[in-house]
Design a protein around this ligand. Structure first.
Ligand SMILES: [Zn+2]
Length: 66
């Protein structure tokens, strides 16, 4: 089946029997993301997560000063 990446609009050919293809067929609303964009988003998420953890740790550090 042909799928289109929601981020870069590139079209990809997906094997029909993969779990992802089945998911997309059952739920057309389900958006497809190509590997390239998926990696990019994952890196952003990780970076956000890391900065969130940093804030958490610095907050805990402040608490210890009391
Ligand atoms: Zn893409």
């Amino acid at each position: 089946m042909k799928v289109q990446c929601v981020i870069c609009d590139k079209q990809h050919e997906l094997e029909n029997d993969t779990p992802l293809a089945k998911k997309l067929r059952n739920r057309p609303i389900h958006t497809y993301m190509c590997d390239e964009c998926h990696e990019r988003i994952e890196e952003k998420t990780k970076a956000r997560h890391a900065s969130g953890q940093f804030q958490l740790y610095s907050f805990k550090g402040k608490e210890k000063d009391f």
